[in-house]
Unconditional design. Structure first.
Length: 366
């Protein structure tokens, strides 16, 4: 570690402003800044600034112009350019960035520009495995799952550490199951063909035809460049064709905690994560709240073991029957709710999260 007379300075890099729209990289970077209190962070802040608390207590915010808080190409370029001199003056550069289409070029150019500053790279997910053939490690690498760690290791990223994300249970209390009205099934994911929304609608239709009563609620995040209103209209029309009248499509939701508390089950059925975090925080937040989760059986979710119900990707028939049985069996619902909460308490604690990053920082800081 750096001498006690000076706190280590760490540049925290995400693809956009750290106080912009929520995403896996932003949430993970903010969590690192929260637990590593002995470090002075330099981080990118949205300008014009929006109201609300800042994600980093103290430190030095560096402005990035972003009207909507999303990481469009212009914001990514601002971060890449402004981070070079900042990284040169830091003791460590901590990059929290999914390996997406722009990463291979970034991985070749950026490390050459920042001099000898050590780099720690947290990889929330990999958008496409083929990208790894053209990518280079930025430095010491961290993954969120053993699956991605092995994938990165085979691609030449060396010995990749695994640090699971954290969920502070004091901020995500256990909430009793709603008792009024029909059960609410919350769907998360993306509008993309493989993002899970269409399969979730099909699964809900299977459950309803088998006798289940429910209200379907879709909360989907758009990606930069998508025509989100048109995609949402298409999902409503698809739900109506399946006989799921009254389905709500909310888009982005600011009060995720309230939405989970008002729901009975979380349904997340992507066929491919497509760059989404290996362990989406919404899934962990649902488990912490005491909400059973039905997931596609993707290898990234293996760490959740029996805390969730898993179904083959694309098998809406199987997912629909699991959903119907879960809604019809209160004892099973309660058992899964308790098991999910216990899993978060055991494996996704701030203490474990801090210990993982403290060890890495201790190794990399001078």
């Amino acid at each position: 570690m750096a001498p006690a007379t000076r706190r280590p300075r760490v540049l925290l890099v995400t693809t956009g402003p750290l106080d912009g729209r929520d995403g896996a990289d932003i949430a993970l970077a903010a969590a690192v800044a929260e637990v590593m209190t002995e470090v002075d962070f330099v981080w990118f802040a949205r300008r014009p600034r929006r109201s609300g608390p800042t994600p980093v207590a103290g430190g030095r915010p560096v402005p990035v112009y972003s009207r909507d808080g999303l990481a469009h190409g212009r914001q990514r370029l601002q971060v890449a350019l402004r981070s070079v001199p900042l990284a040169r003056g830091a003791d460590l550069a901590h990059v929290v960035m999914t390996i997406g289409p722009g990463y291979p070029r970034f991985s070749r150019v950026w490390p050459r520009l920042i001099g000898g500053t050590p780099v720690l790279h947290t990889v929330p997910g990999v958008a496409e495995p083929d990208l790894l053939h053209r990518a280079r490690p930025l430095g010491t690498t961290v993954a969120l799952s053993d699956v991605t760690a092995r994938q990165l290791g085979r691609a030449g990223f060396g010995d990749v550490a695994v640090v699971l994300p954290m969920i502070p249970l004091d901020r995500w209390p256990l909430v009793p199951r709603p008792v009024d009205g029909p059960p609410t099934v919350l769907v998360t994911g993306h509008h993309d063909p493989l993002g899970g929304a269409s399969d979730a609608i099909r699964a809900a239709a299977v459950a309803v035809r088998a006798g289940a009563r429910m209200r379907l609620l879709l909360a989907l995040r758009g990606r930069p460049g998508q025509d989100v209103p048109a995609l949402e209209r298409g999902l409503r029309e698809r739900a109506a064709r399946e006989g799921l009248f009254g389905t709500d499509v909310l888009g982005r939701v600011d009060d995720v905690q309230g939405l989970l508390a008002a729901s009975d089950v979380l349904l997340f059925l992507p066929r491919d994560l497509g760059g989404k975090a290996d362990i989406p925080l919404t899934v962990l937040e649902a488990l912490a709240t005491g909400r059973p989760v039905i997931l596609s059986d993707l290898p990234e979710f293996d760490v959740l073991r029996d805390a969730v119900l898993r179904t083959p990707p694309g098998d809406a028939h199987r997912a629909g029957h699991l959903l119907r049985q879960l809604l019809d069996r209160p004892w099973w619902w309660q058992s899964l709710a308790e098991q999910g909460r216990a899993t978060v308490r055991r494996d996704f604690t701030p203490e474990r999260f801090r210990a993982g990053y403290a060890a890495l920082y201790g190794r990399l800081l001078p």
